[in-house]
Design a protein. Structure first.
Length: 296
């Protein structure tokens, strides 16, 4: 039985664990900095999955054939550094974090120096619909070799983009500038339009310049993602801004999306309101009663 160590047991880590446990040939170990809190999402996920939390990152990865790093974007390098003392020679290190090319390169340096085999990975869709069959872009010196065995770890859609670490991350985060930026724009536009009573006219006008679609439904989906996952998306956009800056471009739009996504995270309950306009109304109602979130 092969061992897979999860560094980070949040939403993505849980999906990885569930799919691997379903196969029945993997032993799962896990470490998350939130394990100190028994009420944290990570602790609850461990309990649900009957996975015993390791005492440290070092202990979690000891003897692991594959280490999957799925932490918050800002912790990409720290997570890699935390496992180096326990990482076995030749162990795969699958870095799923939405971090900038520079941060991915720093993580790769730490893992490879410890004898591990670092694989940059970029998840190019939400994890929920296809789970481990989701599309992943791979990069780094060991990416091609990992792609040859990826199916044995349940990964069904992997594409090697480069032997250099950073190109997969750049692809994902440049895409995020568009996707998370559009979420932020739709949120801001419809909050304002609803205040002026012109939301229907705005939505009906979008097909004049954008591809035909049910833009009310599109807006509802995008806005709900910000409401539910705004904090994580804000952290990802911070990495997107770093990526833009690494390219020598001023990250004006990315930084604005950081603020809007972080702000949207104050209203998770609004995502349950119903229709797109009902979600918008729920956010506006919350703004009217909470001075701390009104100015943004």
């Amino acid at each position: 039985m092969r061992t897979v160590a999860l560094v980070g047991l949040g939403e993505v880590g849980r999906v990885v664990a569930e799919d691997l446990l379903a196969v029945g040939v993997f032993q799962i170990t896990a470490w998350d900095v939130a394990f100190d809190d028994p009420e944290s999402r990570a602790s609850c996920n461990a309990a649900d999955l009957a996975v015993t939390p390791a005492g440290s990152a070092t202990l979690a990865v000891a003897g692991a054939d594959l280490v999957v790093s799925a932490v918050t974007a800002a912790q990409c390098v720290a997570a890699a550094e935390s496992v180096t003392a326990g990482l076995g020679g030749g162990a795969w290190y699958f870095d799923l974090n939405s971090a900038s090319p520079g941060h991915k390169q720093a993580a790769a340096a730490a893992v490879d120096a410890a004898g591990g085999r670092y694989v940059e990975a970029a998840l190019m869709s939400p994890i929920a619909p296809r789970r481990l069959a989701s599309p992943f872009l791979l990069g780094g010196t060991h990416a091609t070799a990992f792609a040859e065995v990826a199916h044995s770890f349940g990964l069904g859609d992997v594409t090697v983009v480069s032997d250099d670490v950073g190109r997969a991350a750049a692809t994902k985060l440049c895409r995020s500038v568009v996707v998370k930026g559009l979420e932020s724009l739709l949120m801001e536009s419809l909050l304002t339009a609803r205040r002026f009573g012109v939301e229907r006219q705005v939505l009906d006008s979008l097909p004049n310049i954008l591809p035909p679609a049910d833009w009310e439904a599109v807006a509802g989906y995008f806005i709900s993602r910000s409401l539910v996952h705004g904090q994580r998306r804000s952290e990802e956009m911070t990495e997107a801004a770093a990526t833009v800056a690494e390219a020598g471009v001023q990250p004006h739009m990315s930084l604005a999306a950081v603020q809007r996504q972080s702000w949207a995270a104050h209203f998770p309950q609004a995502s349950q309101a119903g229709s797109t306009i009902e979600m918008i109304d729920a956010v506006l109602d919350a703004m009217d009663t909470d001075a701390q979130v009104r100015p943004s």
